[in-house]
Write a protein that binds this ligand. Structure first.
Ligand code: ARG
Length: 280
């Protein structure tokens, strides 16, 4: 039998391009998910220090990180994953569910357009990579799409028309895991990790069929935001609290790297929420 260590040595990371937005204006000023408590104090300097650590780590791993300037009155803008979803050089714009975040979509649109991306605005509510994931080497390149709390199902069909890639709709059923990226993550070019109980029984069956070798998380892993991770096919950056998830990924041959993003968890997000992947 091949050991996890030797699989890890064989895994090759692929350099990525990411977009992030510093939490200079981060606050929990309203509550639009069960994690947000406007009465709990938030330390913005600490959030910024944690975010900077994450950005520096990605750069050290050989990735390119672009920065989106934060705008006033948009305290959730640090969660850059929600602003768009890109595949094959095309960017499908976000359309936020809640009015508090609506204006973020325009900031992302301006950034992508100025950076030369083909940008397609959305007609239906969708929160970008919060509810869309891409697995490039599975089933010829498949998009996984969540709904139930934020993104609306018609946006899934819209994304399929935009990308010409199959989009698999998955129904989220636990309000604590309100975005797909709190319940599922692409961990390699052809595999995912997920928490089955965050999905409807039918969606669970679909995931089991599509990804028989998936790494399965339990409730404790998901509550620690252990699925809100970013992988480069080898290194998996995830919140430090998610020690159980790190162990599972290590046993599956990945190299987990824990980071502390405790302040940002007060907004209901962690590693993945802060990072939009740019897929040229
Ligand atoms: N406070 C933000 C919201 O509820 C958190 C977004 C987290 N982002 C994510 N990709 N899950 O919209």
């Amino acid at each position: 039998m091949i050991s996890a260590d030797s699989v890890r040595d064989l895994r090759v990371s692929r350099p990525r391009e990411y977009l992030m937005c510093p939490p200079e204006r981060f606050a929990v000023a309203y509550s639009i998910n069960p994690w947000m408590d406007p009465a709990a104090p938030v330390d913005t300097d600490r959030a910024l220090a944690q975010w900077t650590g994450l950005r520096d780590l990605l750069v050290e791993l050989g990735h390119t990180v672009y920065t989106l300037a934060p705008l006033p009155e948009l305290p959730d803008m640090v969660f850059a994953a929600n602003g768009a979803f890109s595949v094959d050089g095309t960017v499908f714009g976000a359309r936020f569910r809640y009015p508090q975040r609506t204006a973020e979509a325009g900031a992302h649109e301006r950034w992508y357009t100025a950076s030369g991306w083909r940008y397609v605005p959305a007609a239906h509510v969708n929160e970008g990579e919060g509810d869309f994931a891409y697995v490039p080497a599975a089933h010829g390149g498949v998009v996984l799409a969540g709904y139930g709390y934020r993104t609306e199902p018609p946006a899934h069909a819209e994304a399929q028309e935009v990308f010409g890639r199959p989009v698999v709709s998955l129904r989220l059923t636990d309000p604590r895991f309100y975005h797909l990226d709190t319940a599922l993550a692409a961990i390699s070019d052809d595999n995912v990790a997920y928490y089955p109980d965050a999905f409807s029984p039918a969606s669970r069956r679909v995931l089991a069929e599509l990804f028989p070798d998936a790494v399965l998380a339990d409730e404790a892993d998901a509550l620690a935001f252990g699925l809100n991770l970013v992988s480069d096919n080898k290194h998996v950056v995830l919140p430090a609290e998610a020690a159980g998830m790190a162990a599972k990924l290590g046993a599956a041959g990945y190299a987990p790297i824990p980071v502390d993003l405790g302040e940002l968890k007060k907004g209901g997000g962690s590693v993945k929420c802060c990072i939009a992947e740019l897929r040229a």
